[in-house]
Design a binder for this molecule. Structure first.
Ligand code: SR1
Ligand code: MG
Length: 396
């Protein structure tokens, strides 16, 4: 299947989603099709179409012309559907087993038709229920290394890299991140959302000059460091998982940005999960944090040695310099993500679903402190083990 026929934009319903699915060369003629809207994200509708006899299914994702999380008062480009489909396809060239197959797209209807992954669970949901997902960090470490290295100047001809950077120009979605991750939580802006019990800690952030200076530097890196084609929103809600499989979805925020951003977002969301756990179950997530970085850096290093095209690739210390920058950026971005997921517009269920107020507030204060420490100490932390030790220190 390729691009479907030209249509003008109209929000899909269950009936029109089924009608559209029938036009694709996927289900047998006359199949009894059912549709269910299963989207639980902030921005889109997601229809699962299934053949009730065979159980075979596909997903039709439609971008809405506004952000669902806020409503029609926040208009949002439909071009993000094309960005998402093209990013899935581009990343799929390097990690075919770790992203869904895209069957068809329609730019006018802002649709992406893709592989049904309903046999898997959104990693955030499973992790909240206490799942371990033994392959998660190995798979995401590999996903990060391969997608980011192969779309960078270390692997691509400069003309091709700049062509891709132009193709994936994504100003509106980047603006969401620039505001919600890097700006609003550091000021008294009305998009912020936090419990009154956190006001003293939040005001301390707004008044912390050295912290704001480091946040400004990280924002500048996000704005200007066009290093690789990022996923752009790699939190645990953008990943489907089981004990044996991992698939990265939802790449509508894709753009050319700093490599450490994808790494840091994933690490932050693991940290936000780890703090809610105790004992062995916590160890599992702490191990995922270490393993993500270790698998990423060893795969990236191997790709550098075997496939790197940079003239300076064998210059002593250059690879180490590049990996050190990625590490420090990742830790700083992780700090920003932890702060915004606690006091900004879009929270994480890992923390918000804790019913007991006293425990929820205590953990949120801890997450804020961890976020601040990661931002401020990112250049002093010598290893991922030191990051895990810092997370543990904040829990005491
Ligand atoms: C208005 S969108 C809010 C958040 O949801 C997305 O998944 C991104 O993380 C964004 O910051
Ligand atoms: Mg998303």
């Amino acid at each position: 299947m390729t691009t479907t026929a030209v249509n003008s934009y109209k929000a899909l319903t269950d009936d029109s989603a089924i009608a559209l699915a029938r036009t694709l060369d996927f289900f047998p003629e006359g199949a009894k099709l059912e549709s269910q809207e299963i989207g639980d994200g902030n921005l889109n509708y997601v229809f699962r179409i299934t053949d009730s006899e065979s159980g075979k299914g596909l997903i039709i994702k439609q971008a809405l012309p506004y952000a669902k999380v806020v409503g029609e008062s926040w208009p949002l480009t439909l071009k993000r559907a094309t960005i998402e489909a093209n990013a899935l396809r581009k990343h799929g060239e390097f990690v075919p087993g770790l992203v869904p197959v895209v069957y068809a797209t329609d730019a006018n209807l802002a649709l992406t038709v893709m592989e049904d992954l309903s046999h898997l669970t959104i990693a955030r949901e499973g992790l909240i229920r206490g799942e371990a997902y033994p392959n998660l960090s190995k798979d995401i470490g590999e996903y990060l290394a391969k997608t980011l290295f192969q779309t960078s100047d270390f692997a691509l001809h400069p003309f091709e890299k700049k062509r891709l950077a132009a193709e994936f120009s994504n100003p509106e979605l980047c603006k969401i991140t620039e505001d919600l991750v890097f700006t609003d939580p550091f000021f008294d802006f009305e998009t912020n959302d936090f419990e009154p019990e956190l006001r003293a800690e939040v005001e301390a952030i707004w008044n912390n000059g050295p912290l704001k200076l480091e946040a400004a530097k990280l924002k500048k890196s996000f704005l200007t460091d066009a290093e690789a084609l990022l996923h752009g929103d790699l939190h645990t809600g953008s990943i489907f998982a089981s004990d044996t499989e991992t698939k990265v979805i939802d790449s509508e925020f894709a753009f050319y940005g700093p490599i450490g951003f994808d790494v840091g977002l994933f690490l932050a969301n693991l940290i936000a999960q780890a703090v809610t756990r105790e004992g062995e179950k916590r160890e599992v997530v702490l191990h995922h944090i270490e393993q993500t970085w270790n698998v990423f850096s060893s795969n990236f290093s191997e790709l550098w040695e075997q496939q790197g095209i940079e003239a300076f690739k064998d210059t002593a210390g250059y690879k180490e310099f590049v990996l050190e920058k990625i590490f420090q950026d990742a830790i700083g971005f992780a700090g920003c993500e932890l702060i915004r997921r606690t006091i900004g517009l879009a929270h994480v269920k890992d923390l918000d679903s804790i019913e007991e107020l006293e425990r929820r507030i205590a953990l949120k204060k801890q997450v804020l402190q961890t976020g601040e420490a990661l931002i401020l100490k990112r250049k002093e932390l010598p290893s991922i083990a030191a990051v895990v030790a810092l997370v543990e220190e904040q829990s005491r």
